[in-house]
Design a protein around this ligand. Structure first.
Ligand SMILES: NC(=O)c1ccc[n+]([C@@H]2O[C@H](COP(=O)([O-])OP(=O)(O)OC[C@H]3O[C@@H](n4cnc5c(N)ncnc54)[C@H](OP(=O)(O)O)[C@@H]3O)[C@@H](O)[C@H]2O)c1
Length: 325
């Protein structure tokens, strides 16, 4: 597939970089707790995915210090080092801080960020997100102040949060604004099969405050690709078998959605995954970050950009999935 030209884009904070409105999720890169890293796929597959994404014009890679206990960041660092500088686009990194109970001082943020930057082998990251809205001894106010200080210091381009409710997001936005720093993103679960943010206030508040939504698990962990069906021999790797949506009855219930994705995809010369991702981009202010384990998946996901579903097809998919929450 040729590199994307007509890109939908998202700007990470008012002064941040503008990136294509589709990123690459790297939770599975180095993770063998939930995913099957080292068995179903390995480093060479992931490096090929990294290269294919960049070659197709996707630049934002979403990682976290906890993914593979640092291995996702290490792999990204290595892949960035090994990509020749003159080779087209370069990676823009979004990583995450985990508010562990024993991280009780602002110095914890400084140290966690230093460790992430070391693993990534970079001096700064474009986006640093708080992974979960957990409050132990370090209050949200002090946490946001520590993050704002890192923006001033130049080690973070923009601040984000993840899994924050509308109320929590509004508070984080206010604490950061007190320090003169905008809240750039809230990363939450959002796909055709997880549409809570449309009704729980997160989407509306994000729009009101100018915060972009990073949609995680946008393919519902592979379900929306259409490759898992009640009759297919293909079984999901890793811990996904625990998810009832991957069970025989879950997959049977899903078939009308897959059929619609296929039919709409055929009309547009796109795959079901591309249709499902394009639907998210079409909501506006939303950047899906599908996980890719191979070059093929990364390149295919990039094909979700550069075109748009018709309003009728958008509406049909919304109606078909309204019972999913
Ligand atoms: N902030 C948070 O709390 C949080 C939580 C979860 C995820 N995330 C982020 O969101 C990212 C994406 O979420 P996710 O990995 O849970 O789910 P996802 O993006 O919905 O699904 C990813 C999986 O779908 C399959 N897939 C992807 N593209 C495909 C294609 N074109 N064709 C066929 N199969 C394809 C692959 O698995 P198989 O090939 O094995 O089927 C891949 O691992 C993560 O990597 C992470 O960066 C954040």
């Amino acid at each position: 597939m040729p590199p994307i030209t007509d890109l939908q884009t998202i700007t990470l904070g008012p002064n941040g970089p503008t990136v294509p409105a589709l990123g690459v999720g790297t939770w599975a890169w180095g993770d063998s707790l939930f995913w099957d890293y080292g068995k179903a796929y390995g480093d060479s597959d992931l490096q090929a995915a990294f290269e294919a994404a960049l070659d197709a014009g996707l630049t934002l890679f979403d990682t976290a210090e906890i993914y593979g206990f640092g291995q996702s960041e290490r792999l990204l660092g290595r892949f960035m080092q090994q990509r020749p500088q003159q080779t087209g686009s370069q990676a823009v990194i979004a990583t995450k801080y985990f508010p562990l109970p024993w991280r009780f001082s602002q110095q914890s943020v400084v140290e966690a960020l230093t460790a992430s930057l070391d693993r990534l082998q970079v001096a700064s990251v474009a986006l640093y997100q708080v992974h979960w809205p957990l409050d132990f001894l370090l209050s949200q106010k002090d946490l946001m102040a520590a993050l704002a200080a890192e923006v001033q210091r130049g080690r973070i381009g923009a601040v984000g949060v993840s899994n924050y409710s509308a109320t929590q997001m509004r508070a984080a936005h206010r604490y950061l604004a007190d320090q003169g720093v905008p809240l750039a993103v809230n990363q939450v679960q959002y796909s055709l099969l997880h549409r809570q943010i449309e009704t729980n206030g997160v989407m509306a508040t994000a729009r009101e405050l100018g915060i972009a939504i990073l949609a995680y698990s946008p393919l519902a962990q592979g379900l929306l690709t259409g490759k898992y069906t009640p009759t297919a021999d293909l079984k999901p790797t890793g811990a996904r078998w625990l998810n009832p949506r991957f069970s025989q009855s879950g997959l049977t219930k899903l078939m009308p959605v897959i059929e619609a994705l296929k039919t709409i995809g055929e009309k547009n010369d796109r795959t079901p995954a591309q249709v499902a991702l394009n639907w998210l981009v079409g909501q506006g202010n939303v950047m899906p970050i599908p996980g890719a384990k191979t070059a093929r998946q990364a390149a295919q996901n990039a094909g979700a950009l550069g075109w748009a579903l018709s309003p009728e097809d958008q509406a049909q998919l919304a109606e078909l999935t309204q019972d999913y929450s």
